[in-house]
Design a protein around this ligand. Structure first.
Ligand SMILES: C[S@@+](CC[C@H](N)C(=O)[O-])C[C@H]1O[C@@H](n2cnc3c(N)ncnc32)[C@H](O)[C@@H]1O
Length: 291
């Protein structure tokens, strides 16, 4: 009986108000992500895995480790991993991929002045890679149909954990259900073990997609400035208005003339008033600099 551990004190297993506010401020300043008080229970739930990993006995002790013992700097990337929301899907918001297949090819062809354009696509909050590989599937289809010459896709994210998964390109079978059947046959491989419930993106597509870590809050992005299409979907909603505006301005400076920025369905406002961008569809913006 004496070996039984006492139940944790519920007070000790919560962050103090001061520590929650300080964690929220640190995350917002580093990653742009707002953590209003309503997210406190979610944040506490996710941080419990850090309490266990560090061998601490409560969230109170974790807060003290961060702010009273100087642990914050060393824990920052773990904090960001814990609070990011990585939900994604293949062919999420499918009208964007219809646009990539049809409108964008025509328009970019006009701007490039070439009947067979080459495409550079950037998935700027790539999560586990579904967006980048969906773009690659559509573009590979266009190459096979003789409508474009070649393509490359860059996927970036702040989270190293999701990028590792993106690079592996292995997904549960039910996760790839939104991929049309003919593309599933051409672009997904079954695992060698027939009992496995996973599939992998074929090497031909993986070879065209590169993943790199990038924090959209960084003052400059060390990437090409002639990108044809940038997807920045379902991440700006976590940022303050001024941050959204700054991120969209920086991203648009990486678009070629006539290139497109595609935002998530509830994020259009983030691009309004950004210099050199004209709205080309409900969530689609085109870079056209004034002469
Ligand atoms: C909800 S997912 C969106 C994935 C994909 N774009 C989609 O729409 O399916 C949001 C992603 O944004 C990333 N993220 C959050 N803050 C970021 C930042 N400051 N810089 C870069 N990526 C960030 C998260 O790690 C997460 O993977």
């Amino acid at each position: 009986m004496n070996a039984l551990k006492p139940l944790p004190d519920p007070e000790m297993d919560q962050l103090s108000d001061r520590h929650f506010a300080a964690i929220a401020a640190a995350i917002e300043s580093r990653a742009g992500i707002k953590l209003p008080r309503g997210k406190r229970t979610m944040v506490e739930g996710r941080l419990r895995r850090r309490v266990r990993a560090l061998g601490l006995d409560s969230l109170r002790a974790y807060g003290a480790h961060l702010f009273d013992s100087g642990g914050l700097a060393g824990e920052m990337s773990e904090l960001i991993e814990c609070v990011t929301t990585n939900k994604t899907d293949f062919f999420r918001e499918p009208s964007h991929f219809d646009f990539l297949r049809d409108g964008a090819v025509r328009e970019i062809g006009n701007w490039q002045g070439s009947a067979l354009p080459s495409f550079k696509v950037w998935s700027a909050a790539a999560s586990t890679g579904a967006e980048a590989y969906t773009a690659a599937m559509v573009l590979q289809d266009l190459v096979d149909a003789g409508r474009i010459r070649r393509y490359s896709v860059l996927g970036t994210d702040i989270s190293v954990e999701v990028l590792r998964e993106a690079q592996r390109a292995v997904y549960p079978r039910e996760f790839v259900e939104p991929v049309p059947a003919d593309m599933r046959r051409r672009f997904l491989m079954n695992a060698r073990d027939p009992a496995s419930a996973t599939v992998r993106i074929v090497p031909e597509l993986r070879g065209r997609v590169t993943f790199r870590q990038l924090n959209l809050m960084d003052p400059a992005y060390p990437f090409d400035r002639d990108v044809d299409i940038i997807f920045c979907r379902n991440v700006l909603i976590y940022f303050e208005k001024q941050v959204q505006h700054a991120v969209v301005s920086r991203l648009s400076s990486h678009l070629r003339q006539g290139g497109f920025l595609i935002l998530g369905h509830s994020e259009s406002m983030a691009a309004s008033g950004v210099d050199g961008l004209r709205q080309a569809g409900p969530t689609i913006f085109q870079r056209i600099d004034k002469a």
